[in-house]
Design a protein around this ligand. Structure first.
Ligand SMILES: [Zn+2]
Length: 441
């Protein structure tokens, strides 16, 4: 806004000057013009230049101020920003002490690529707004804010629900249809009262819309708004339009992001290149990418299941081998082992296999991958020998910061930090030994 960008001392000087003639209203496509210096106000490191007329658009209505050059003879000076002070347009230039003076003839040159991008984004905002209203089936919708950029823009609308992805897709489709219809954008001057009488709710005006003279921008049979920005002549120039996202700003206000023209094309182009690369990688046509990727994901899941099953089988056979060499206390055989990366149901399966294979077996297994857990099982004879796996695992888990329990025959514990798993196993083994020795006395 002018107050925050233009220093107060410059504002006071500029306010004394006559209104700058805005050429961008008569012809927004005019990027060069010969003008005359009305004042060059120097302040600190900048020169604030006021011309008799200008084709530079000053920041306003969510559209950024133009950039470009002021040409004096063979010299060219960069315009870094353009702001309004009332009806006076101020061109901001760096330095230039004593270079620009009243009465000099200069040439203005707007950075046309940037301005034209703003014109497309701006007209695009009208098209997107109209498409939102049509897709959501709303007769009345209000602008709550708009910010245009060269590459990405957003409009904030009065809407109490989240616009879902299906609706966003429909909005984008309709916006592009409007572009492709090559609809003229008509500009006229009226009063707010007259415009309201003609267009009613379609104007989307708010409490802050000024009374008196207003500029009516109409996209035939599609959108009409009161607007002071620069627009293209036809919707075709905004092609294509790409919706980029949405977010809820506050209750009842949705922000919708989009882009139009070259920037939107760049997104489609990048997406297509990515799809073509993926198709090449997957060795299928682009139309088959989804089917092929889904098949690969299912295949991967099946392979992972297979690998997990193989790991369990391998561990089972290793465990049975261990049983042969297991530590024996009297008639009992004890298998204690850390088996990282096996899931809890895998440990249970191994423990059951061992206790089924030998009724004197006592098993305690741990997995240390991610969340640490313990599984314990005891064969029929071991149970008769006084082993209660539920109690042993409960006590061990509580000692090492976890929780556990279960039946005397099979139990499990979890929540033990992985770095403490080996110590938990040692503790479990010691308790099993104590029970068996107590019993044998
Ligand atoms: Zn506009």
């Amino acid at each position: 806004m002018a107050e925050s960008v233009v220093p107060e001392v410059v504002v006071q000087e500029a306010q004394k000057l006559p209104r700058t003639k805005p050429l961008y209203y008569d012809d927004p496509y005019q990027a060069r013009f010969k003008s005359n210096v009305l004042r060059a106000i120097e302040f600190k490191t900048k020169t604030y230049l006021v011309l008799k007329e200008t084709c530079f658009f000053p920041e306003g209505g969510g559209q950024p101020g133009d950039k470009g050059s002021i040409i004096l003879g063979t010299q060219r000076f960069k315009v870094s920003d353009v702001q309004s002070v009332g009806e006076v347009t101020v061109h901001v230039l760096d330095g230039l002490k004593g270079v620009l003076t009243e009465g000099q003839n200069v040439e203005e040159e707007v950075d046309w690529v940037r301005r034209y991008a703003h014109m497309k984004q701006h007209t695009g905002s009208h098209i997107v707004f109209s498409s939102i209203r049509q897709v959501l089936g709303l007769r009345k919708l209000q602008y709550m804010g708009v910010q245009l950029g060269s590459d990405i823009s957003h409009i904030d609308i009065s809407y109490g629900e989240a616009i879902d992805s299906e609706q966003t897709h429909e909005i984008e489709k309709l916006a592009n249809q409007i572009c492709m219809k090559n609809i003229p954008v008509r500009i006229s001057w009226s009063t707010r009262e007259e415009a309201e009488r003609l267009y009613g709710d379609r104007l989307g005006i708010t409490d802050v819309t000024p009374y008196g003279n207003v500029r009516v921008v109409e996209v035939e049979d599609c959108d009409v708004a009161l607007c002071c920005g620069t627009h293209v002549k036809s919707t075709a120039e905004c092609t294509p339009i790409k919706m980029l996202g949405r977010e809820r700003l506050q209750k009842g206000v949705e922000r919708v992001e989009f882009t139009a023209g070259q920037e939107a094309y760049a997104i489609y182009d990048k997406s297509m290149s990515m799809l073509e690369q993926m198709a090449k990688l997957l060795q299928v046509p682009t139309s088959e990418i989804y089917r092929k990727t889904s098949a690969l994901i299912s295949e991967r899941a099946a392979l992972q299941d297979g690998i997990r099953d193989l790991k369990i089988r391998l561990a089972e056979s290793e465990a049975l081998e261990m049983l042969k060499k297991a530590e024996a206390i009297g008639e009992f055989k004890i298998v204690v082992k850390l088996l990282p990366s096996l899931p809890v149901d895998g440990l249970k399966r191994i423990a059951s296999t061992i206790t089924r294979s030998d009724s004197c077996a006592i098993v305690m297994l741990a997995s240390g991958d991610g969340k640490g857990f313990l599984v314990g099982a005891a064969g029929e004879m071991a149970l008769k020998g006084g082993i209660d796996m539920g109690r042993i695992l409960k006590e061990v888990a509580e000692r090492f910061g976890g929780r556990g329990g279960g039946a005397t025959k099979i139990a499990q514990a979890g929540g033990i930090p992985t770095e403490r798993m080996q110590r938990a196993l040692d503790e479990g083994l010691q308790r099993i030994n104590e029970v068996l020795r107590q019993k044998s006395k």
